[in-house]
Write a protein that binds this ligand. Structure first.
Ligand code: ACO
Length: 328
């Protein structure tokens, strides 16, 4: 009998060694630790070394997840990589570069672009593929936002950090991914974008570097509403109360966003897991990095319900309801 469900069989994450504090940024920018921390909750971020490429980070995180799952790379059926910062511009995909580095010789591989919501999108896409094909999927959320950040813009560069995290999803008798909700709002695509791309006709002259552009205030208020809507929908569709959820893992965009969300949900802020003070916003990697940290800290218990909730450029939003190490 084919397995009808999937479960998480391994996780791993990778953060670059270099720590950049708010004080470090204040050396070159008109900003300071007090402003950044009070407006974002961020104290520091990890930034990749110039010699590292994004796929180097994906490789490290993937190896840890494979080791935990006790799986060899050639057992994988698919690699699904979420990123806004591919090693190349669209071609080849970072997933294909990773497939070769790992020696995952029996796997298909492709990138998925849903910005900060990329991991919650990947989980659901991977569930569908794994159940249809009865093979394990490697999901990697891999973001080197330092490469698309304007380090002279104090409005944006304070927000972002680099990092990667990987999850192995295997077909399973037990149900480890109970539900996902995915949405998009393309009407607001210009709130958060990186310019360039193929909509522009090109000459042969080199193009200027493209950086993240963001309307912070508007993004903030739309983010709060979207996150609240996702949490309430997941609870309602699964006939759950917020008290039934052992761990809420939100995308780490801004601590003020999380505080406003907690107020709207009428829960103490401590109910929302956070590591933004140490790693800043790592886009789609933020949820699986936090998931891996909680696992390493021994905070996730068998059968715990975990709710993920994300919001990002596109605009995209969504969340998952996970059962951790489900017992039959
Ligand atoms: N240091 C000091 N002052 C600053 C800084 C800084 N780093 N940045 C902005 N300021 C100043 C501004 O110039 C402005 O000065 P003025 O009043 O003299 O004009 C003042 O501070 C207020 O600026 P705002 O932009 O209105 O500040 P705000 O309180 O809105 O905070 C922030 C800005 C942190 C960007 C916030 O709007 C935010 O977090 N928005 C959401 C970001 C987000 O979630 N993005 C989505 C995810 S990213 C992704 O998908 C890749």
């Amino acid at each position: 009998m084919p397995y009808k469900h999937v479960k998480i069989a391994g996780t791993g994450s990778y953060l670059p060694d270099r720590v950049v504090t708010n004080d470090d940024l204040a050396v070159k920018l008109d900003t300071n630790d007090e402003w950044i921390f009070s407006h974002t909750g961020i104290r520091q971020r990890r930034i990749a070394d110039d010699s590292q490429s994004p796929v180097d980070m994906a490789f490290e995180a993937s190896q840890k997840a494979l080791a935990e799952a006790g799986m060899e790379p050639d057992e994988l059926g698919m690699i699904l990589l979420s990123t806004c910062t591919g090693d190349y511009n669209y071609l080849p995909s970072s997933a294909c570069l990773l497939q070769h580095r790992l020696g995952a010789n029996n796997a298909g591989a492709f990138d998925l672009l849903a910005a900060c919501s990329g991991f919650v999108y990947c989980l659901e896409m991977a569930r569908c593929w794994a159940v249809c094909n009865q093979k394990p999927v490697l999901i990697v959320a891999n973001e080197m936002l330092s490469r698309i950040t304007d380090w002279e813009s104090r409005e944006t560069c304070i927000l972002f950090g680099d990092g990667a995290a990987a999850v192995i999803l295997t077909p399973s008798r037990e149900n480890g991914l109970l539900y996902s909700y995915l949405g998009a709002d393309g009407e607001n695509s210009r709130l958060l974008y990186v310019d360039g791309g193929s909509r522009l006709a090109r000459g042969r002259e080199p193009i200027a570097p493209s950086y993240v552009q963001m309307q912070g205030r508007t993004t903030f208020s739309i983010a709060v509403r979207a996150l609240e809507q996702v949490v309430l929908k997941i609870l309602k569709d699964n006939k759950l109360q917020i008290e039934d959820i052992a761990h809420i893992i939100p995308h780490q965009a801004n601590m003020r966003i999380l505080e406003t969300l907690a107020k709207r949900l009428n829960i103490p802020i401590e109910r929302l897991h956070a590591n933004i003070d140490r790693v800043a916003n790592t886009s789609s990697a933020s949820i699986p990095i936090l998931l891996d940290e909680l696992k390493e800290q021994g905070k996730l218990k068998p059968n715990d319900l975990i709710l993920t909730v994300a919001f990002g450029g596109g605009l995209t939003y969504g969340g998952n309801l996970i059962r951790w190490q489900p017992e039959s």
